[in-house]
Design a protein around this ligand. Sequence first.
Ligand SMILES: C[S@@+](CC[C@H](N)C(=O)[O-])C[C@H]1O[C@@H](n2cnc3c(N)ncnc32)[C@H](O)[C@@H]1O
Length: 287
Amino acid sequence: MVDILHMDAACFLRDLGEDAADLVISSPPYFMGKEYDSSVCVADFLAAHKQLLPSLVRTVKPGGSICWQVGSHVKNNVVVPLDALVYSVFSECEDLKLRNRIVWTYQHGAHCRQRFSGRHETVLWFTKGDHYNFNLDAVRVPQKYPGKRHYKGMKRGQPSGNPLGKNPGDVWDIPNVKAGHVEKTEHPCQFPVALAQRFVRALCPPGGLVVDPYLGSGSTGVAAVLEGCGFSGCDLEERYVAIARKRIENLRLGLLKTRPLDRPIHVPSINDSVARVPSEWISSLPK
Ligand SMILES: C[S@@+](CC[C@H](N)C(=O)[O-])C[C@H]1O[C@@H](n2cnc3c(N)ncnc32)[C@H](O)[C@@H]1O
């Protein structure tokens, strides 16, 4: 089941009903002056979250999860980390327990002159209640040293790692969606499908329902369908809804390109001309 609706997040969550979702993955507007932002004020971000929280929590099943992806609000080189605001609101709800603050890092973005360039955003993963779905084996990654062995004790000589790989940790290096990324659409602020896909694999039971109330280009929906789950999402902008629907249709037709979660980060070869120091710079380099 895939439902992609053109509507407001609050109405959408109200209509979804109680305990409908196994997993919510979403990235709300940051109120930074993007084409879809209704305000540029951090106080409005906070107010919108306070208003949304009760219906958001109501929508999630006990044992389900909310993964809330945000970056920083930046104005005149003054940074407000939005996850701090989200945490201040969400932690007011006793049912929600923060399990991880995932740091999503990437290599590309604006080059700052008055501060260090921003190269990460975060995802706060909350569970509803103390007992929750978490399938670590589904998201293990290869170890750096799989050949390591216990060197003492009862297991001496046996491999010390897990044959399925290691825990991916809480810092995820996944390329962001800029021009040239295989997933890029007209939406100005997509997150990569792989970011959502790791959460779906780990946190959604087979065939469960994934929800995104700020769906944008539909990256969460693509991740859910790729993982064999149901999806329900909405966006206030009709043209984003159209993009999301088209992406799901193309996925079903086998036409949609996505960047696989396990594809290594590209390391440029010295033979790439853009990876070489320009000849004009050589004389000015430190000896
Ligand atoms: C940060 S973007 C989400 C991008 C998405 N994660 C993706 O990968 O494409 C936030 C989205 O929220 C939508 N939006 C803003 N206010 C909304 C509201 N009240 N209800 C539903 N959607 C809203 C915007 O149109 C925008 O597409």
